[in-house]
Design a protein around this ligand. Structure first.
Ligand code: PBG
Ligand code: ZN
Length: 327
């Protein structure tokens, strides 16, 4: 035969051949687990989040038990979200020295000094109106919010956080946080910026989990329009200039083009957040027996690595650690 056609099947012949030519891989260090910690006196508090089967709101004590098991299974990093006992219009509990996130950071770092503890820096879980910034006349104020975000990040730093992750989408917040951290002796603390964050319907289940739904309007005046990719580059550039150390794209699966673009346009590590709605859709189909959940989870995550993510925030982290340990 003169025409020697491509024989792709040569390298797919056995499992071991496929292993040695595989282009991307997934390891425990790629995965960051989100946890929801609640300020409560009830140490046994462990409340299932109905829209996210397998996920819970946890008291400090229950968080400790949950993290202990995950660490035994190889957990390397986590991100904390807090649900305060009291909310007010200025989100005071976000930057309170003894706020729930601050307490959780201290507890975890006290027990597991090597675990990477990241904190979400935002006001929406702490404000009575549920928006990520201060409000005046029904509008979300940008510049007056920056100081509160910076104070929140600093309080997390003082509690011992390893990385702070602003998710609010106010303009200039990375610079404001960097400046206050540097002034306060935390010049070595990295900022993982939710740089390219869309106003997404995929956050629905999270808002039940974090009790952070906006009480009026939506987040479209600060989070990005899902139709825009180039704008994501402008957002990412701004955060790079302001001092971000890691750039995040969120949600992940529906925005893999954006992950690839950010990966190719900057030399910083890229994180992808597989958000609550992405989790719940896979989970629901798995529970119903419509898909092979384990296989779809692994395929969804390897897809994000292939798109260029260095780090993935995913509610499947604990499950995947078990898969990896063959548990
Ligand atoms: C808070 C925040 C949100 C998420 C992470 N940080 C919700 C939002 O912006 O409305 C979403 C995470 C998820 O859906 O899993 N600003
Ligand atoms: Zn927020």
């Amino acid at each position: 035969m003169v025409f020697d056609f491509h024989r792709g099947r040569r390298l797919r012949r056995t499992a071991v051949i496929r292993d040695i030519v595989r282009e991307t891989s997934l390891s425990p260090a790629d995965l960051m687990m989100p946890y929801f910690v609640v300020e409560t006196d009830d140490q046994n508090f462990k409340k299932p989040i109905s829209s996210m089967p397998g996920q819970f709101q946890l008291s400090l004590k229950q968080l400790e038990l949950q993290v202990r098991e995950a660490v035994e299974n190889g957990l390397k990093s986590l991100i904390l979200f807090g649900i305060p006992a009291e909310k007010d219009p200025v989100g005071s509990q976000a930057y309170a020295e003894e706020g729930i996130v601050q307490q959780a950071v201290k507890m975890i770092k006290g027990i597991w000094p090597d675990l990477v503890v990241c904190t979400d820096v935002c006001l929406c879980e702490f404000t009575s109106h549920g928006h990520c910034g201060l409000i005046k006349d029904g509008r979300i104020l940008n510049d007056p919010t920056l100081d509160l975000l910076a104070r929140t990040a600093l309080s997390h730093a003082k509690a011992g956080a390893d990385i702070v992750a602003p998710s609010d989408m106010m303009d200039g917040r990375v610079a404001a946080i960097r400046e206050l951290l540097d002034e306060s002796g935390f010049e070595e603390l990295p900022i993982m910026s939710y740089a390219v964050k869309y106003a997404s319907a995929y956050y629905g289940p999270f808002r039940e989990a974090a009790e952070s739904s906006p009480q009026f309007g939506d987040r479209k005046t600060y989070q990005m329009d899902p139709a825009n990719a180039r704008e994501g580059l402008r957002e990412a550039s701004a955060d790079v200039i302001e001092g971000a150390d890691i750039l995040m794209v969120k949600p992940a699966g529906p925005y893999q083009d954006v992950i690839r673009m950010v990966r190719d346009s900057f030399d910083l590590p890229v994180a992808a957040y597989q958000v609550s709605g992405e989790y719940s859709m896979i989970k629901a189909a798995g529970i119903n027996g419509w898909i092979d959940e384990k296989a779809v989870v692994l395929e969804s995550l390897i897809g994000l690595k292939r798109a260029g993510a260095d780090l993935i925030l995913t509610y499947f982290t604990e499950d995947v650690l078990k898969y990896m340990g063959n548990k």
